[in-house]
Design a protein around this ligand. Sequence first.
Ligand code: ANZ
Length: 849
Amino acid sequence: MNQNEYNPSNIEKKWQEYWQENNIYKVENNVEGKENFYTLSEFSYPSGNLHVGHWYAFAVPDIYARFKRMSGYNVLYPMGFDSFGLPAENAAIKRGLDPRKWTYENMDYMKGQLKNMGASFDWDRTLATSDPEYYKWTQWMFTQFYANDLVKRSVTKTNWCESCKTVLANEQVTAGECERCGNEVIQKDMAQWMLKITEFADELHDDLDTLDWDHSIKQAQREWIGRKEGSLIPFTLSSGIKINVFTTRADTLFGATYVVFAPEHAMVQDLKSQITNWDEVESYIKEVEKKSDLDRQQSKEKTGVQLQGIEAVNPANGKSVSVWIADYVLAHFGTGAVMAVPAHDERDAEFAIKYDLPFKFVVLPSAGEIGSSRPLITSGENAFILSAGTTEKKGSQEQINAEWNAMYDLLGTHADGILPAGKRFCCNLEGKVINSSQECNVKTSEEARLLITNNVGGEITKTYRLRDWGISRQRYWGTPIPIVYDPEGHAHIVPDEHLPWILPDDVDFTPDGTAPLARSQELLERTEKIFGKGWTPEVDTMDTFVDSSWYFYRYLDNKNEAEFASAASMKSWIPVDMYFGGAEHTTMHLLYSRFWIKALHKLGLVPHNEPYKGRLNRGLILGPDGAKMSKSKGNVIDPDHVVSHVGSDSVRMYLAFIGPFNEPGNYPWDPNGVVGIRRFLDRVWRLQKKVTTSKSVIQGNNLDKTIKKVGEDIERLKLNTAISSMMIFINEAEKSLSITQLHYNKFLRLLAPFAPHITEELWMQSHQTSVHLEPWPDYDELFITSEIKTLPIQINGKVRGQIVVEEGESNKELQVRVVGMLEVQKWTEGKAIKKFIHVPNKIINLVVV
Ligand code: ANZ
């Protein structure tokens, strides 16, 4: 027995070295008789120190990986670095260092810190996306996509960060600001390499159904993809040209009272000679150019200018309507042109009130009809009203009802549905078509959509919010895009034999808005030497989301020089069984990566078309004051510091205890909480003194119950309650006179995934091999079933049946179950239950009359 007090600093390093020397965590791609289980945590940027967030991201899933390993699976839990990209480069620029040196030094340092975590990573499989042997494959995949028409070059409006001097993807812009540095993002025209993610929009949308992910994550991706089913409706302009508008509500076409173009719509320039207020129009276009799409969608007050001299004909009724440009219509959604229906679309209503445009009411909510009973608007959320002449919305059900009643009467007297000024109502509910054509009136919205679309020569179609993925970045520290240009300026792919297409060294990487690679003499010379005089290299590098789209394949076979991963290794491990990551990646990395794998799959390069079977978004660890940790607030917890005080095991375990890992909430760090866990481990240590070889006084079933509960909780990632159960067990054990070696050892196995060092130390006192190679302890169901009782059910004094009752089941739940039983219903049908009495562990009594 180890008589000393528990002192983590004496044991943790020792066991970490032992594990490494003895290759305890080495993983083979296949192990006879074991099923594979791939646990993955999003890898990190090597931008400096490990912070508490990294511990939460890596040490807590390690508990799960270890549990799975002990449960008999061959578990892969790898770790690497997303080592290209802005954070490293910006930090390097700030300190005047070479990003490569800086990044690689950080990685070495962080590897050391990661080892202190005591995680079960197989370091032999590690990778860094900035290693040429890694990015060779990133480039190779890009060339495969290029050869198969999944890459295009186009000039597009891009989000530009003036501070980072680079283009950002939409996903990297938060509320109009650069996600990395917080600077305001402006719009800039740039030629970009784009990946055709939109070709996979339907698959990305529909295949979500096959994934075992939380509903909210799937929903966020669906919204990001933004698939809308609708119609293209042709409007004829006074110039004779037909333009299509995209609408999801073709049933409201008879209510379209004006047409709006996005200010950037090409048609506006084409109409220049006919527009009589061109100066006004032009200056408005310039004004809107400065705003991002997001600003335009969110702006409180809609703005616009009428195109004077231009009219459009509504194809449903042949009526001429005015034509406008307005900021609320976006260039890249649908066709960039809208039929405006103020009486049924909120955005149009606000605009129409402001510019005094007509409202025509053409869909009666619910199934009612004018003249018969008055339909009720019951959904306060979907229906809303605009007070006479203002855009103030009235939300309460009563207000809506009152206004609707007045409206309804009005509709009776305005058979054409045109609403007089001061009495304007907007309702976006579907229902029955009115005030339209003979053929369409009384049809449901759904029927009318098809009918009206067909009648006017329109077309049923789908549109998406998702845009193609621009991957060009004018930065140094990234994967070079393997493209060269011939003297005529045509692009060519760099052939396989020249991959990796090495990132040059002779570059002044200080950002000035042009790509740093353009300043490399070596790159230019290399290009001319290989391809010929006058050839030039592409000088942009790739967005780092490209690097991270496929990294989990390389872990499988990271030394393979001939392939990015062998087919056999992919078959063994993909799809990833459980992927842990941050909620912020729901619509970025997670969607890009799904696309990347679908594209590889389409080309026959990988066997699966979905990479991640399970996904869990983790929560956020806040500072002790409940605010986000930040240097300026002085509330940052340094894990190294805490580890030096309480040990790595306590930190790991505390983070698992801080909240339910399966529910991504915000959890403030509680310094007393860590100390509490440390005390718990002290008690586990001291319990050694009670270990005896003779018969235990502690009840066997307490341990069995704990084993069952802890296993079930880890499986569901409710690690906090798993720890509570172990605490209860230790309380009990401390109360008893002794605990057998057998029971103590079983408990150590239970604790091993949470606290790998202390359990190893205690285990090795009586064993020759690591506790981490042991199986998960089994429990005896016999002992546990004692808490489940079968009780007789008595109805009016006679036993009529029986029911299995679990300890802790509430009386309410029990009553529902009892009353629902067939045998019981036989005796209670048509009668009232007057009393329901549950005498725990004895009987259930019903009195019916
Ligand atoms: C007429 C209409 C009537 C519409 C109605 C809706 C309700 P949501 O509504 O978000 O699902 N739209 C089409 N292209 C647009 C563009 N480029 N910029 C801004 N808005 C655009 O998206 C579909 C609706 O968004 C379309 O259906 C169109 O307005 C508008 F009672 O057409 B709707």
